[in-house]
Write a protein that binds this ligand. Structure first.
Ligand SMILES: [Mg+2]
Length: 285
């Protein structure tokens, strides 16, 4: 069994326990894990913390891949295309391919499909909207991301008019503000809220923990929810969202882990422990 794995967990023969000690449906977990064919892996806090790789994470990812699991790296970042996310992971020593990275922009592209979209997103993100019919005139969707100073009255008013003419409102994220070098700054959320307020429409948000995000990531993997585990440090965005979508929720005690916040199916000290656990599941088959 994996080194560093929770004793409570490893001691339970076929019975994983939650951090609060209550046994979760042992049979349910058993059957789900027997079919584990893929993983969604969070980035910040799970693979790296503060710009440094988590100890053993690189080896763990390589081992999980070698064992035949299909992997998607899932992040809520909406400020850079997956090409740059990929470059950062490569610079940290992770062997990843760009196609394995799944972002809200990719989720939006999957959801919009061949339909048309008026995009209020940063120009650098457009490469991730490949396949989407981008238009300024009579779109099916208005997509709002991080446009910063590009959120002009003119652009917002055009978006509002599209919504009033029938377009659906979609948001890459709905954060209220963020900290920039110059101080606290408006994020995309207030602009999404303004468009919602004026049009009377509710935006669908496409990042974690939204169900669509996990569904679209599964589509990208070509797998069913009960074949896939989500590994992350965020109790709500990663584990909660994934479990609601029917995936196995695996929480790591790195990054933003808080001891009393988890309802995960499985809790590990770090992702470095996951290959050993997955191997032990295979051994029970
Ligand atoms: Mg995280």
């Amino acid at each position: 069994m994996a080194q560093g794995c929770s004793a409570r967990m490893t001691a339970a023969a076929g019975g994983l326990t939650t951090p609060t000690g209550s046994a979760r449906g042992v049979d349910g977990v058993y059957h789900r894990r027997m079919r584990l064919a893929g993983l969604l892996i969070d980035l910040d806090g799970t693979l790296y913390v503060g710009g440094e790789p988590v100890a053993g994470a690189r080896e763990a990812v390589a081992s999980l891949k070698d064992s035949g699991l299909a992997i998607r790296y899932v992040t809520n970042t909406t400020r850079e295309p997956r090409r740059l996310v990929c470059e950062r992971l490569l610079s940290l020593g992770f062997e990843v391919e760009e196609r394995e990275i799944f972002t809200p922009a990719r989720a939006a592209a999957g959801k919009i499909g061949p339909r048309s979209c008026f995009a209020l997103v940063d120009g650098s993100l457009l490469e991730d909207l490949e396949g989407v019919n981008l238009t300024d005139g009579r779109p099916d969707y208005v997509l709002v991301g991080d446009l910063g100073e590009g959120f002009t009255y003119e652009r917002l008013n055009l978006a509002f008019r599209h919504l009033m003419e029938g377009a659906d409102l979609m948001a890459l994220q709905k954060n209220k503000f963020w900290r920039t070098e110059g101080g606290m700054s408006l994020d995309a959320g207030p602009f999404v809220a303004a468009l919602e307020y004026a049009s009377g429409k509710r935006a669908s948000v496409v990042g974690k923990p939204e169900q669509d995000f996990f569904r679209l990531a599964l589509d990208d993997l070509g797998l069913m929810a009960n074949q896939v585990g989500m590994v992350g440090d965020d109790a709500e965005a990663d584990v909660g969202g994934a479990r609601k979508a029917g995936l196995l929720g695996i929480q790591v005690r790195t990054g933003k882990w808080q001891a009393d916040a988890s309802e995960a199916d499985l809790v590990l000290d770090s992702i470095a422990d996951l290959p050993g656990v997955v191997k032990s599941w295979g051994g029970e088959g």
